[in-house]
Write a protein that binds this ligand. Sequence first.
Ligand code: HGY
Ligand code: MN
Ligand code: MN
Length: 424
Amino acid sequence: MSVNPEILNIVDTSVEYKINAERLWDSLMQMAKIGATEKGGCCRLALTDLDREGRDLFVNWCKEAGCTIKVDKMGNIFARREGADSSLPPVLTGSHLDTQPTGGRFDGVYGVLTGLEVIRSLNDMNIQTRRSIEACVWTNEEGSRFAPAMVASGVFGGVFDLDYGLNRSDADGLTMGEELQRIGYAGDEEVGGRDVHAYFEAHIEQGPILEAEEKTIGIVTDAQGQRWYEMTLTGVESHAGPTPMNRRKDALLGAAKIVQLVNQVGLDNAPLACATVGMLNVYPNSRNVIPGQVSLTIDFRHPDDDVLANMDKQMREGVDSIVSAIGLECELEQIFYYAPIAFDKSCVEAVRAGIQTHGYSSREIVSGAGHDACYLAGVAPTSMVFIPCIDGISHNEIEDVKPEWITAGANVVLSAMLQKAEIA
Ligand code: HGY
Ligand code: MN
Ligand code: MN
């Protein structure tokens, strides 16, 4: 595995800088108690009281580690450990604390607490870095309570404007701005617009590749692109008894055909395409009423932007023929899109050097999931460090890892950050 020689001069990578594995695992298990679910997962939806509890715990731990805390207008948290030259753009690491409704204990949290552990370990080793280090928490990465995903890192990355971000609303009409105020995380700092020297994000792979290939670290070179849609199908509610089959405008029949169509679009663009209908609401949802309206969501992913565009075209053509055959109205809105991302080569090299220092097994990998790093990549040299998860399962309460994977990923992040932050 070749490593860029000039990087190796900045930090003596023969020294295996290590984190405190037990302390990191313990922090993860303490955070997992907040919103713990019966099946062993976590439910801490963005900007709920449980999210606030998790944020408060993180902030207190960072203050104990000597950090100063800043919160921006999207509620993003930055815990800063001053470097020798605080005028230099800092090196950031982090992820998210919000979870899916049936989320796990590691998605997002792992990256956030790895950032804290890097700071705690630098304190233990009494290392002063030349550049400041910041451990971050990005608001609403999941896009579950408030769509779309990665809203706050998207505002930081200049993709969404602040007004758009603050006005995302949940199913009850509550906006992110209102909920940030309510939980006390509507910060004063401007969102983004500042220089960041490098950003690293540790995350579980959330897929099966690393575990199947028995690789401890994923060197994330790219992330696939995404398109998210919201669709409303409108037919005619009518009585399930006297309405003949040939006189129906059944919105749920249309939705069922569209679920099949979305799946087929994924299969037609195999093996890399992903296509999912994750949400479906039927109105009036009564057993003896022919559904008059159905709302559903579509999630398309692919590492090639042209294929992603073709999936969009294939879906729209299929939808048109389904709705006209049944006589439905269809409102279709694309609410989220970003093109596939190539991460920064020098950051990828810093990760590779960290892997070499520790002698971990590794392979290059493209991220199937979206991450805040995808938007940070637009404003700072960025890369990610993946670790395996058991059976590749995530966005599921049974999400699990091996502690040694947690340790390895954090050691690599520590090494990569030291290369970028340099030792004073
Ligand atoms: O949808 C995603 O890829 C991420 O979990 N927000
Ligand atoms: Mn995540
Ligand atoms: Mn997730």
